[in-house]
Design a protein. Structure first.
Length: 325
């Protein structure tokens, strides 16, 4: 039986040992070495991160995850404040980016005229190629002042009774980091969702229209159910991108190490931003090892996100009658 992947219906047939030629064997060997190299590289990264965090692991154990203080002077280190900041910025960015990304994907796949689809698609994909340091610099110079002068005071006056929308800070804020991360993960979720929507069989759409449904009813009853598994995987990948972003977040979040703040309009910090800020200036072996511990948390979450996304993709592929290996 032929094996199919989740992105198309082209069969992948293994080389027959009897009919294999030298070129086929060379291709198989080179491709196998490339795959092995990726596995070895990942193993080396995991080994180095675990080795670097060994001192902090033996000193703090799992209590490192719940301890808030980060005090290099007294060698007291914990990741709870950074975990909280990472979770708030990543989930907040995903909540803002998902509806915008789905709207862009629907417009480009179902509503936009043909002459405009190409240019807009190219612009959305170009947004993903902008270096994060450039987006962070734009966040400092343009986005941050606009948010502090107009958006934050308006939200505080309307929703100030909620702790998340407290008094606005004059410096860098968690809210600015959320908006910057939204810009960064938006093209990822939008591009994947667009491809999923374009992959919905035309027969299903025509059948829905034949039953007298409107375009919105067709999207809600056919397109969304067909692509929801892939959209969930796209959201998970976007969350992983936001979770591991360092440079842009470091530029706009404020590098606050004072613990947990529920006010989105105050300064904060994340796992990746803390590593980027302090690794070069760490003053003790325990501090350096604690930074490696933060990296280990990031690495574990990234691996978990990718495995979860793969499981969702495989489940969707099986539902569509494909065999994934």
């Amino acid at each position: 039986m032929s094996t199919y992947d989740a992105t198309g219906d082209t069969p992948r047939r293994p080389f027959s040992r009897r009919r294999a030629r030298l070129g086929d064997l060379l291709l198989q060997g080179v491709a196998g070495l490339a795959a092995l190299g990726a596995v070895v590289l990942l193993g080396l990264i995991v080994y180095k991160v675990v080795q670097g965090s060994r001192l902090s692991l033996s000193t703090f154990g799992l209590g490192f995850l719940t301890h808030v203080s980060w005090d290099p002077v007294h060698n007291h280190f914990g990741a709870a404040g950074f975990l909280f900041g990472t979770a708030v910025t990543s989930i907040g960015a995903l909540m803002l980016a998902t509806p915008l990304a789905l709207g862009i994907a629907l417009f480009l796949s179902e509503l936009a005229p043909r002459w405009i689809r190409g240019p807009v698609t190219a612009l959305v994909e170009t947004l993903a190629a902008i270096p994060s340091v450039v987006i962070g610099l734009w966040g400092i110079i343009v986005l941050g002042p606009v948010l502090r002068a107009h958006v934050m005071p308006t939200l505080h006056s309307a929703l100030g009774f909620i702790p998340l929308f407290g008094p606005s800070s004059t410096g860098s804020t968690i809210f600015t980091a959320i908006v910057v991360l939204t810009i960064m993960i938006l093209p990822i979720v939008a591009s994947i969702s667009r491809e999923l929507f374009l992959g919905v069989p035309g027969e299903l759409k025509e059948a829905a229209f034949g039953l007298g449904t409107t375009r919105w009813e067709m999207v809600r009853g056919v397109v969304f159910p067909y692509a929801r598994g892939g959209v969930a995987a796209a959201m998970i990948l976007g969350l992983g991108r936001a979770f591991g972003e360092a440079i842009a977040v470091t530029q706009v979040i404020g590098a606050f190490n004072g613990g947990i703040s529920w006010n989105l309009f105050s300064s904060g910090n994340t796992l990746a931003a803390q590593i980027a800020n302090e690794y070069q200036s760490s003053t003790s072996p325990l501090e350096t090892s604690s930074l490696f511990y933060l990296a280990l948390i990031l690495l574990a979450f990234s691996l978990l996100v990718n495995v979860l996304a793969q499981l969702i993709v495989r489940r969707v592929a099986r539902r569509q009658g494909l065999v994934v290996r």
